[in-house]
Design a protein around this ligand. Structure first.
Ligand SMILES: [Zn+2]
Length: 458
């Protein structure tokens, strides 16, 4: 096996098993993925002897598969991991009470270490692309670029109908999206209206749309986490929130709609064929005690469906393998139909659907020629699978595999992790800086309110 380096030129990745994600369940026994300039140029079964040479990385008894896409994240919020346990952040009330009180004391220098912790979590759990939405995007971007992850970074906008806030936020978001110039397309700046209608009113939304169109960017918003948007629209001109989004042309650009737990099934036909992608977070839906998103119905209507982890304040981890099996179990539980969403569909949601959500190319999310070379490896023995013939590999990947088993992560032909070691970030350093940041945040809050709400050791 040749040394794993950060060089991105031609290389061949070899493994005992390669899951191609071609829609037909193809698994190559002794497969080779050939990569050139960050793109897959060939995938094939090895005939004869295994290839060797300076450009060959042979992972042996492992499964290679496309990297997973986390279509809804807030990377700085690992600083507040766990603080929202027992509270639903899917309501405006929970968001304001638990998060905004802490975010009011957050300053730019407390952001980078937690972004690095989140990016390392992603890399270690087999996530190769993510869509982020948060304030302080200027501090987020350099860390993400260093991490090597593929990302769409949206500047979070909350304006609450305030003219001054709207003007300030829109100008900042536009300047940020313009500032990210990456010809390779690995990192792009997007706009992040925190929630349509609820805290970004139509005037702001239309300005965000115009900027996204001008820059070739997308929008990333929370949507239908409760029925707040539908209520707002009913009280302000009528129609459902989805109908209003379509009327306004908001879905003419790539638009991530995160959560969608209360999305009306009768609105799904309006979303098909648009730039909208549902970014579902089943763990958060369950922990927040809200309903299951209509995933079966969305797939049947041809709506793009992706998967996210959301912040780790009330999801705790960033393991999309866990999120995949939670999606399958929640859909079966809510519908009382076993396998209502099949393992193959769930894998496609976490790969192809995610790539569509972040405006990737048609074959991105597979290992087919022409796809971006974003892939991961899992040791075969760490996939809990029944005897061959008893269980499909796809079912074993969804229901019997942990993200913690991922050993190698590659983005655009560049290794970000090898042998479970993150190559692009100083993980111990980021964790200790994050602890120091947390202590600073906690003492600021204590000084301000006289109550130490999050002291260490509690
Ligand atoms: Zn969120």
């Amino acid at each position: 096996m040749s040394a794993i380096t950060r060089d991105t030129s031609t290389r061949t990745v070899v493994a005992d098993h390669v899951w191609v994600n071609d829609g037909e369940g193809t698994v190559l026994s002794r497969g080779a993925v050939e990569i050139r300039d960050g793109v897959i140029v060939d995938v094939s079964a090895i005939a004869g002897a295994r290839p060797r040479g300076p450009h060959v990385v042979d992972l042996g008894d492992a499964l290679v598969m496309p990297g997973l896409v986390n279509a809804h994240a807030h990377t700085p919020m690992s600083l507040m991991r766990g603080v929202a346990e027992g509270t639903s952040l899917l309501t405006m009330e929970g968001f304001l009470q638990v998060l905004r009180t802490r975010e009011a004391f957050l300053t730019p220098e407390l952001v980078p270490a937690s972004v690095a912790v989140s990016c390392a979590d992603f890399i270690r759990h087999g996530i190769t692309s993510f869509a982020d939405q948060y304030f302080f995007a200027d501090e987020i971007a350099p860390v993400v670029v260093d991490s090597g992850l593929r990302a769409r970074l949206a500047w979070g906008i909350v304006e609450l109908g305030d003219d001054a806030a709207r003007e300030r936020e829109l100008a900042a978001a536009e300047a940020f999206a313009e500032s990210i110039v990456d010809a390779s397309g690995v990192v792009q700046g997007w706009l992040g209206p925190h929630a349509f209608f609820v805290d970004n009113q139509p005037e702001a939304m239309l300005a965000e749309l115009a900027t996204a169109k001008r820059l070739g960017a997308g929008l990333h918003a929370h949507f239908s986490t409760t029925s707040e948007e539908d209520r707002w629209c009913a009280e302000n001109g009528g129609g459902s929130a989805v109908e209003r989004l379509v009327e306004m042309g908001m879905l003419d650009v790539p638009t991530i709609l995160a959560h969608c737990t209360s999305l009306r099934v009768e609105d799904l036909s309006l979303l098909a064929g648009t730039g909208a992608a549902l970014a579902l977070v089943p763990s958060v839906a369950m922990q927040s005690g809200v309903g299951a998103p209509p995933v079966r119905e969305a797939l049947d209507h041809g709506v793009t469906v992706a998967l996210g982890t959301d912040n780790v304040c009330n999801n705790t981890n960033a393991d999309l393998f866990e999120e995949m099996r939670t999606l399958g179990k929640l859909a079966a539980f809510a519908s009382q139909v076993p396998n209502q969403v099949t393992p193959r569909e769930i894998l496609e949601i976490a790969t192809l659907g995610g790539q569509r959500a972040i405006a990737g190319g048609k074959s991105d999310g597979s290992l087919m020629p022409g796809a971006v070379a974003d892939l991961i490896a899992v040791p075969t023995q760490e996939i809990a699978r029944g005897p061959v013939g008893a269980q499909s590999l796809e079912a074993a990947l969804v229901y019997g595999t942990s993200g913690a088993s991922v050993t190698h992560t590659m983005v655009a032909g560049r290794w970000l992790m090898a042998e479970r070691g993150v190559l692009t970030l100083d993980v111990p350093g980021a964790l200790s800086r994050q602890q120091a940041d947390y202590d600073i945040l906690t003492s600021r809050i204590a000084d301000a309110v006289g109550v130490n709400q999050g002291a260490r050791g509690q």
